[in-house]
Design a protein around this ligand. Structure first.
Ligand SMILES: Cc1ncc(COP(=O)(O)O)c(C=O)c1O
Ligand SMILES: [Zn+2]
Length: 427
């Protein structure tokens, strides 16, 4: 079941295309969160998936998607078969399907950041499309494909499929375009005026329709790519988004990274960490990873990392500390666009609002976590030090979580075992 944290409306598991809360009226100040108990799974299914290298197969019964297809009469075998078929198509476009990504201990990174403890590093640079973003989007695509196969969509013929739409400046756009190509689904990508040439070349090669979005003089505050994206959705495009308030189902598949990290940590005898440092832009990644870890049985305070150049989640968390009100019902008291021009070397996390702040707050609260604002010097230091120490070619955005670790290790605020995720391959 999905339930809105802002207005308490709920949608049952079988609801097709449950992107946004039905009570939402255009401001995106509602967020549908997943509420479910893990279903009973037969021994046959359990053993069929137990050692599967694809996290979407291995953990399929943990997905809200599992409930959706079962509500429409699918068997376990049908569901698993559908995931595998779609994954094969992804592999033909991306060169790899979804595979459990490596998690290693890096003593050289621990030394480099001066931590008295172990640093575990999850490497997402080899995931489909070079970052964790495809995990968020694959659960939306699975839903679309299943809804279409079950005749639950308003279009009848493939040629009449509405286009997918996404706003992003990099990794999410590439992930979305990769999955869209795999499903042969048209996609519009809304990118900033300044987006880099390499990204655009990749998007072009994947057959995406690229829409550059300069700020217009009559635009309200906020990101112009988000405005153009929402206009496309209002005209009927499907929100293929990595932001929960645009498409709640992105928070479903995002958890796979936490489930598999938990399994990898458990295999090393680790069931609790002193912190998990996560770079936060729109906030879906931190919420999903932290929730996945908890659901996988690993206790770890979430440390959400933002940069000094753009820190709306840190601002919101400070306000929440002296607030007695229900957060999501009072959205704009906590979250509004960052007033200054966001700047940082970690340019992929410069979202001027932390769209998924409500899901982040839930994890910050339940794990006893905190938000750290890393100085730009530490962002720069992390970008040069982390890829070398860990031997992983991650971009400055993808090493920004390490900047938070550097900041806290220097200040003596952390010791013991921590997890970081290096995501977003350097292009
Ligand atoms: C490599 C990388 N890490 C982390 C993030 C942050 O994810 P989110 O926007 O869900 O907070 C992004 C987002 O663009 C990213 O590209
Ligand atoms: Zn609502």
């Amino acid at each position: 079941m999905l339930r809105c944290a802002a207005c308490s409306r709920s949608l049952d598991a079988g609801q097709p295309l449950p992107w946004r809360c039905p009570g939402e009226t255009g401001d995106r100040h509602h967020i549908l969160l997943i509420h479910r108990d893990e279903p009973m799974v037969s021994d046959a299914t359990r053993s069929a998936i137990a050692n599967d290298p694809n996290p979407f197969v291995r953990f399929a019964p943990r997905l809200a998607w599992w409930d959706f297809v079962h509500a429409h009469g699918w068997t376990d075998d049908q569901a698993i078969g559908a995931v595998k078929r779609l994954d094969e198509r992804v592999a033909t476009v991306a060169g790899t399907g979804f595979r459990i990504t490596p998690l290693e201990e890096s003593s050289s990174l621990a030394d480099a950041v001066g931590l008295d403890g172990r640093v575990f590093v999850k490497n997402e640079t080899g995931n489909v499309a070079g970052s964790h973003k495809a995990r968020h989007l694959f659960s939306i695509l699975l839903h679309l494909v299943a809804a279409e196969e079950s005749g639950l969509v308003p279009w009848r013929r493939r040629e009449d499929r509405p286009a997918l739409a996404i706003s992003s400046c990099g990794n999410a756009a590439i992930a979305a375009s990769t999955l869209a190509a795999a499903a042969e689904w048209p996609i519009d990508v809304f990118i900033p005026e300044w987006a880099g040439g390499v990204v655009v070349e990749i998007l072009d090669s994947l057959g995406a329709r690229v829409n550059r979005c300069p700020r217009r003089s009559d635009d309200p505050p906020g990101d112009p790519t988000v405005h153009r994206f929402r206009e496309a959705v209002a005209r009927g495009s499907i929100p293929f988004s990595v932001q929960g308030p645009e498409n709640a189902l992105c928070l479903d598949g995002g958890r796979t990274i936490g489930w598999e990290a938990a399994e990898q940590l458990n295999a090393r005898g680790v069931s609790s960490l002193d912190a998990v440092y996560v770079q936060v832009g729109g906030g879906a990644f931190a919420a999903s990873l932290s929730r996945g870890l908890a659901e996988g049985g690993v206790r770890a305070p979430l440390v959400a990392v933002q940069t000094a150049g753009c820190a709306p989640l840190a601002r919101a968390w400070r306000i929440a500390h002296d607030s007695t009100q229900a957060w999501a019902t009072d959205w704009t008291r906590f979250m509004w666009p960052w007033e200054h021009e966001p700047t940082s070397l970690a340019d992929g996390i410069l979202d001027d609002e932390t769209y998924d702040w409500v899901a982040d707050f839930a994890q910050l609260e339940s794990t006893g976590g905190r938000v750290v604002v890393a100085a730009e010097d530490d962002v720069v230091l992390a970008a040069s030090l982390a890829p070398r120490a860990a031997g992983i070619p991650a971009s400055p955005t993808g090493t920004a979580g390490v900047a938070g670790l550097i900041t806290e290790a220097r200040g003596g605020q952390v010791r013991g075992d921590v997890l970081v995720v290096l995501s977003g391959v350097k292009r």
